[in-house]
Design a protein around this ligand. Sequence first.
Ligand code: ADP
Length: 455
Amino acid sequence: MDPATGQILKTVADATAADALAALTAASHAQAGWARISARERAEFLRRAFDLLIARTETFATLITLEMGKSLEEARGEVRYAAEFLRWFSEEAARIDGRYQIAPSGTLHQIVSRKPVGPCLLITPWNFPLAMITRKAGPAIAAGCTMIVKPAELTPLTSLAFAAMMQETGLPDGVMNLITTNRAPDAAGALLEDTRLRKLSFTGSTRVGRLLLRGAARNILRTSMELGGNAPFIVCEDADLDRAVDGAVQAKLRNIGQACTAANRFYVHERQAKAFVARLAERFRAMPMGPGLAGEVIGPLINDAARQNVHALVLDAVSRGARLVTGGEIPNGDGYFYPPTLLADVPADTRIMREEIFGPVAPVQTFVDDKEAVELANDSDYGLAAYLFTENLDRATRMSSALETGMLGINTGLVSDAAAPFGGVKQSGLGREGGAEGISEYLTTQYTGIALPVR
Ligand code: ADP
């Protein structure tokens, strides 16, 4: 469905549990042969995929905008970001290392080597229909794992085009299998019960992540979980307001607020709050809203349920005393549009300060000192990303170490990068994607002890 119009774009296959198991059979048959292929060859598949994807940026960007809604410019950005994971892991494939040592007792040669985990189930969300797949499939291929990709039901087209493109790289049959389905619990349930599956990597809500972890306990699967976020955005007393406002626009409106790293709660020092709110409101009001394919910046939200949820959070905050500065009204017409919305003087115990908004709404609360800012920021079950604006190095260093977060942006509203470990603490997840850490999630460690002759 095109969220800018509500029209059906295309109908795709709806896989059953039996289809999912057929995909696992293919993955499982291909695993041993794939693991024997050299790291350099695995890297070459990824490198070819990177080149192909970059060459087809416009095609993929158009598909992403059509089925997901973000602006064409942002969709091009997603294609480049997605491609970076293919390039990065093509480079990492050749650097899988091991260790050799002599045991302290002098009785053993000790060799530590790394092996692919085995067939993986990769479940991805709709907000980055391409990048969330390459961030998992890239390291899986680099490590020598076979896989079943289960994209979100709301964005199947990008993933189907990606799987077809991977076939063009010459990737052996069975290495990457893709199932589109409206019956995710059935398909995933059948796979989690099958002992041939060795790993689950999931990006999505904390609620579903918790369910899947329970399912993964059955066969003691390796798991990587990228779950919800509730990122604080802190503007200190000494912050440079130009940078803070730019950062806020980026951290809030990227992907129309539909990112797990999106700034969710804005904590602004009481001396900066008035100017920050005025300037951010000005920027929000100037954002053109409309279909992404028409070149507009603020596209639609993914569906009506998402829009109603965002609106309910705004209404709840206003009814509890928050001040609506701009936005906050559902526009007439087709598509699931919601305007950039700014709320000031938001009470700490409102739903909007505690729940993931997943929309273009910025709630602002003030604080009086650094200690209070850190306490407010850490008062959450989530710990994925945080943003901090200050010109003072001591303050930045002190607050960095006090913030409970997997990722921290200082004087920037964007931290995601293929070369850096993406992931959270607390209920935001387990494991890391990207960076040198990303490939480890798809490798197991084997230790071999070789007897040394007794002297
Ligand atoms: P979001 O709120 O971003 O849609 P979800 O956690 O609902 O996040 O969905 C993320 C992914 O998880 C999607 O691919 C969806 O199909 C899948 N999913 C949802 N529920 C289940 C489930 N019970 N078992 C397996 N996968 C699921």
